[in-house]
Design a protein around this ligand. Structure first.
Ligand code: SF4
Ligand code: SF4
Ligand code: SF4
Length: 271
């Protein structure tokens, strides 16, 4: 090989390398763009994430799809997104109409168990500790001393999965109507630990029978209580459900609403 052949080979090599680098960069940019677009589309699908979920656009990449949150939930409220959900495949969500989070575990177990902290526990821990401290300052330590319920209430009260919204067009109370019977029928599989009946553990919604002159089942079954939803005077003496700032988006109200399409829905919170 003479000197001019050598120079030619060198130039060809440099040219091919430049083309290869350019092609790789273009593929990389394309994949990045597709990931972003797909992630945004999934965000638009409005998954209701379990308690403590961090910002959706980070959550979708930070969740390692281990399913520990699914396994630990005692009422099996958490499901994993399917293959059709693209980048969201394997990430956890709650379909509240079928099975809402009624806080049956009593200690944010899904959040505490998450190994990557995309379900972030620290805020709940802090809130619980603050409540125990406050309770301890006013209660004598004897056989009756039990800060656990106070701690749990403080922890679940700061959950913000979403916010409930009443659909006035179909809500029975807004039509001045009551409800008698089992709200979701005898075949419904969902369970709920009812504050209204004082059940110690979750029992089938299908076993609960109501006889309400004006429907108020969502209010009766809300695990958070009067800081989240109340029956309020519409201004004309009619009592109707009103969602307040303490709503956690747990979705129990959606699960127990007796109208064919739920007359109360939860709008997920994005961060
Ligand atoms: S435990 Fe955390 S990382 Fe695992 S699936 Fe649930 S949210 Fe994702
Ligand atoms: S349970 Fe449904 S129909 Fe009944 S008051 Fe609540 S939103 Fe209205
Ligand atoms: S109103 Fe109560 S039951 Fe309904 S989502 Fe809010 S906290 Fe849950």
């Amino acid at each position: 090989m003479d000197k001019s052949d050598h120079e030619l080979n060198r130039r060809q090599f440099l040219k091919s390398s430049a083309i290869a680098v350019g092609a790789l960069a273009a593929v990389g940019a394309g994949v990045g763009y597709l990931q972003k677009v797909t992630a945004e589309n999934r965000i638009n699908q409005k998954f209701l994430r379990p308690p403590g979920a961090i910002d959706e656009s980070t959550f979708i990449y930070g969740c390692i799809k281990c399913g520990l949150c699914v396994q630990i939930c005692p009422i099996q409220a958490i499901k994993l997104a399917g293959i059709k959900d693209g980048l969201a495949y394997g990430t956890p969500y709650i379909d509240v109409r079928n099975q809402a989070c009624d806080f049956s575990c009593d200690s944010m177990q899904c959040v505490e168990t998450c190994p990557t902290a995309v379900l972030y526990f620290k805020q709940f821990k802090k809130e619980g500790e603050k409540a125990i401290e406050k309770y301890g300052a006013t209660h004598e330590r004897n056989a009756e001393y039990n800060p656990f319920p106070v701690q749990i209430l403080a922890m679940k009260s700061i959950v913000k999965m979403g916010v409930a919204q009443v659909k006035q067009d179909s809500c029975l109370a807004f039509q001045g109507k009551g409800f008698k019977g089992t709200p979701r029928g005898s075949d419904f599989k969902g369970i709920n630990r009812s504050p209204y009946t004082g059940d110690a553990k979750a029992t089938p919604v299908s076993e609960k029978v109501y006889d309400e002159k004006i429907c108020n089942i969502c209010v009766k079954e809300c695990p958070i209580g009067e800081t989240a939803i109340v029956m309020a005077d519409e201004g004309n003496g009619n009592l109707v459900p009103e969602v307040l700032s303490g709503c956690t988006g747990c979705g129990v109200c959606v699960m127990v609403c007796p109208t064919e399409e739920p007359s109360i829905v939860v709008e997920p919170i994005k961060s």
